[in-house]
Design a protein around this ligand. Structure first.
Ligand code: SF4
Ligand code: SF4
Ligand code: FES
Length: 383
């Protein structure tokens, strides 16, 4: 690290996306060359360009230490915190040695690199009631919470509300009304907290919302974008598992049925049988599902997409009609995984975010967890 910091200043060219909606003019690129040590940040380069060449450059920042989340931008097309992106790294990741800096996506631009977080990000956060709805009666002193339960929600508590995940969410690009990764990660913060009284109501609300829990398409973009390893998609999967597996919430979006059909098809065939997925998701989780009126209606409305897939060779008639097959031994191995997982009394969640040594001896921690699991104390490490 010391070596990097010892390097003398050098020239970096930054290309900024400029846009002022109030001007009536179209967006344009604006290039400046700044001089800074390579370990300095992209934010410092933008600020130097603003100080030396053009005081009208719009950028939002505060802490300059990757804490406040206000300097979110796209650097070379990737969502980044400008204050947490070194110039040398940004230059080596650029196409022609010119560092391209744009405003975040999925949010309207207020000016240059500043997007309207209120209009999108904060509205969605408000949507999930982002505070604890305390379990009653409130204890006279403090709530006693299992340590594992708090470890479990720590990952979501690391969110700095920078909006990088929102900026890159593919589902939100298609459906701007989707509640989005940051808000759903925030929802898990309280769903996973044993002090919250409204776990079921929160899950019910998010599962039934057509733009809620089941609108995510598992694209992993939010996982890659997050500078704090919050893993929003992982939190969404946890919310779904609790909603479907623990509370058996059958939602009007068919998320629960779709998930069940998916799991059954993989268990029975070793691979997904796509042609059966839709009828089973809508008509019932068995081969007869396709004869249910609801499945027929859904199949009819999907005909254009099915025909398009056939014409483009993405599916073949035989491939659609016959299930995919894997060798019998492999199928047995897949089914063994199901049996092992389904045979467990409780589900295990691994929070890979927390690293480091525990103060207690490993045996003592194991014993504490085992005791907690045996007692079945709700709000433990499985949430
Ligand atoms: S995984 Fe889901 S929430 Fe995350 S970016 Fe993709 S669609 Fe959005
Ligand atoms: S989840 Fe990560 S990327 Fe999304 S707002 Fe929070 S810190 Fe930023
Ligand atoms: S200025 Fe605070 S996170 Fe970058």
């Amino acid at each position: 690290m010391a070596e990097t910091h010892d390097k003398p200043p050098e020239q970096f060219t930054i290309r900024l996306r400029r846009y002022d909606p109030s001007s009536g003019e179209a967006p344009y690129w604006d290039e400046h060359t700044v001089e800074l040590e390579p370990h300095r940040s992209v934010l410092e380069a933008i600020l130097q360009a603003r100080d030396r060449f053009d005081g009208s450059i719009g950028i939002r920042c505060s802490c300059r230490q990757a804490i406040c989340g206000s300097c979110g931008v796209r650097v070379n097309g990737e969502p980044s915190l400008a204050c947490h992106t070194h110039l040398d790294a940004a230059k080596s990741g650029s196409a022609e040695g010119v560092i391209e800096i744009e405003p975040m996506g999925n949010m309207p631009v207020l000016k240059d690199l500043i997007v309207d977080m209120d209009a999108v990000h904060w509205k969605k956060i408000q949507r999930v009631t982002p505070w604890l709805l305390a379990r009653q009666p409130v204890p006279e002193r403090e709530y006693l919470v299992p340590k594992e339960a708090m470890v479990d929600v720590t990952q979501t508590m690391a969110c700095i509300q920078c909006g990088a995940c929102v900026s890159d969410c593919l589902a939100m690009e298609v459906d701007p009304g989707f509640i989005g990764p940051a808000a759903l990660a925030k929802a898990y913060r309280f769903v996973g907290d044993p002090r919250d009284e409204q776990q079921l109501q929160r899950l019910h609300d998010l599962a039934q919302d057509p733009q809620g829990l089941f609108d995510c398409t598992h694209c992993f973009k939010c996982v890659e974008a997050c500078p704090k390893d919050v893993n929003p998609m992982g939190q969404i999967m946890r919310l779904r598992r609790i909603a479907t597996g623990d509370h058996h919430i059958v939602d009007r979006n068919n998320g629960e049925r779709h998930e069940a059909a998916f799991a059954t098809l993989v268990k029975d065939n070793g691979l997904l049988w796509e042609a059966e997925l839709l009828p089973r998701s809508y008509g019932g989780n068995s081969w007869f599902g396709k004869f249910a009126p609801r499945a027929g209606k859904e199949l009819l409305s999907s005909l254009p997409a099915i025909l398009k897939a056939l014409l483009r060779g993405k599916v073949t008639p035989m491939g659609a009609l016959k299930p995919h097959k894997i060798p019998a031994a492999d199928l047995k191995a897949v089914q063994q995984i199901y049996e092992t997982i389904e045979g467990r009394e409780r589900r295990y969640e691994l929070n890979l975010y927390i690293v480091g040594e525990d103060e207690e001896e490993p045996q003592a921690v194991g014993a504490a967890v085992a005791a907690e699991q045996t007692t079945g104390d709700e709000g433990g490490a499985d949430q």
